[in-house]
Design a protein around this ligand. Structure first.
Ligand SMILES: *[C@@H]1O[C@H](CO)[C@@H](O)[C@H](O)[C@H]1NC(C)=O
Ligand SMILES: *[C@@H]1O[C@H](CO)[C@@H](O)[C@H](O)[C@H]1NC(C)=O
Ligand SMILES: *[C@@H]1O[C@H](CO)[C@@H](O)[C@H](O)[C@H]1NC(C)=O
Length: 415
């Protein structure tokens, strides 16, 4: 049982007129500030009209409309709830909570709002246990019966379909429609996500460059996934990238999204953004990505990129290895040629044969001689050592225990 019983109370007319004035001002100011860019409305209180233009009613949230009935009054709080108020208390006729509860209407009705999950008592058998429900048919302008012209509108009439469902006709001066929204279009960081653009509207955080949403210096690339309704996907064109300030951040785009391939819901297109910091900066670079859509307002969002330090070109290390490879190749070839030339010189001019003819052989043999001489000297040194018995006792004993003299070991011990 979720029946709400609250005290009945009547709005004083003066406070309500102040509120109306305030709401009117808010509406005017918000309309003046509304830019042409397609940023998602700041609440779920918006709808698309029959030509898919977004109409944002965020400034109307909670605005009360009252209708005096015989037994009970009906109060609609815009984008909040519908309740009937009588001497016995309040009965909740549903709440507004999802954006798809607010859609465009047909005929005389411009918009339709659904309110669900009201009081369940005596309405347990309503569809899907939604309790009491209400439907508000919104007419932009004045009522069909000529009521409420001017002002912030009113409820024209109320019809109870049953004790569980009520229809209201509301006439209000509607908000001016915004630009045409390319509905169904999404941009996200994963194939099935829409962090940046949802339903053709740029989400908060990406509608302009935000420091808190910026990509770190170390992140050198990001992949964006785009989807669109298949029947409209051919309208999507190649993205335009702009960086602010123009110099200091190199941005390259690739992938199916960069060439303007049509994205569909089942096969998203990819826009790979590779960036490299050329100049360090305290504030992030602004990367402005605009995706033109034929016949619609372009999709536009901003990525912020931090550049705390300069980054080397991707190709730098690869180029280093290439130079090393070429140099070692030159070295190998030239030393081979040198050896070969030396061998020929020795065999032909110095008339040497076999191993003696190899270049550097004289040096090598000289070296070997020196080493073997050194070996002799070590032996001699050890002979000397034997006379200082106490100091070299472990060396000698190990040498004598093994019996034979091993030149390598001796050399090691001597060093
Ligand atoms: C959309 O609605 C307006 C009135 O709200 C009407 O004049 C217009 O013809 C409608 N357009 C379409 C395509 O239904
Ligand atoms: C309001 O009254 C008019 C005629 O008076 C009627 O056509 C319309 O259906 C009523 N609206 C609702 C929501 O019952
Ligand atoms: C972003 O780029 C688009 C298209 O190049 C341009 O029209 C728009 O003015 C730019 N916006 C900002 C804030 O730089």
């Amino acid at each position: 049982m979720r029946s709400l019983r609250r005290r009945f109370h009547i709005h004083s007319s003066s406070s309500s007129s102040h509120r109306i004035l305030f709401a009117l001002l808010t509406v005017l100011v918000s309309q003046a500030l509304q830019a042409a860019s397609l940023v998602a409305p700041r609440s779920n209180c918006y709808a698309f009209d029959n030509s898919s233009r977004v109409v944002d009613f965020s400034s109307w949230i909670g605005h009360p409309f009252e209708y005096d009935g015989k037994d009970s009054d009906l109060v609609l709080r815009f984008c909040k709830d519908v309740e009937s108020r009588s001497q016995t208390g309040y009965v909740d006729f549903g709440r507004f909570d999802k954006f798809n509860y607010f859609v465009s209407g047909s005929g005389q009705v411009d918009f339709v709002q659904g309110f669900y999950n009201g009081d369940l008592a005596n309405c347990e058998h309503s569809y899907d246990k939604l309790g009491r429900t209400a439907q508000v048919n919104i007419i932009c302008g004045s009522c069909l019966n000529g009521q409420c012209t001017g002002g912030l509108g009113c409820i024209c009439n109320v019809t109870y379909e049953s004790s569980c469902r009520v229809f209201l006709e509301l006439a209000i001066p509607c908000e001016k429609p915004g630009p045409r929204v390319f509905k169904g279009f999404t941009v996200g960081f994963h194939p099935r996500s829409w962090e940046l653009v949802y339903d053709g509207m740029t989400q908060l955080g990406y509608e302009k460059s935000h420091h808190e949403f910026s990509f770190g210096t170390e992140q050198t690339h990001v992949t964006l996934y785009m989807t669109a309704i298949a029947s409209l996907s051919t309208l999507v064109q190649r993205p335009i990238i702009k960086v602010l300030p123009e110099n200091g951040l190199e941005v390259k785009v690739s992938g199916s999204g960069a060439t303007g391939s049509p994205p569909t819901t089942l096969s998203p297109t990819m826009l790979n953004v590779d960036w490299r910091c050329e100049k360090a900066r305290d504030t992030p670079y602004e990367v402005n990505i605009t995706i033109p859509v034929e016949g619609y307002e372009p999709i536009q969002f901003f990525l912020a990129k931090l550049c705390e330090n300069r980054q080397n070109q991707n190709g730098d290390s690869a180029r280093g290895w290439a130079i090393f490879g070429v140099l070692s190749c030159i070295f190998t070839v030239s030393s081979t040629l040198f050896c070969y030339g030396g061998f020929i010189y020795k065999t032909q001019v110095e008339r040497k044969r076999g191993i003696d003819a190899l270049p550097g052989m004289t040096i090598l043999s000289a070296c070997l001689e020196t080493v073997s001489d050194g070996g002799h000297s070590y032996t001699r040194q050890e002979d000397l050592n034997t006379t200082f018995a106490s100091e070299a006792s472990w060396e000698r004993s190990s040498a004598s225990s093994q019996g034979t003299s091993r030149p390598n070991e001796r050399k090691y011990g001597a060093i």
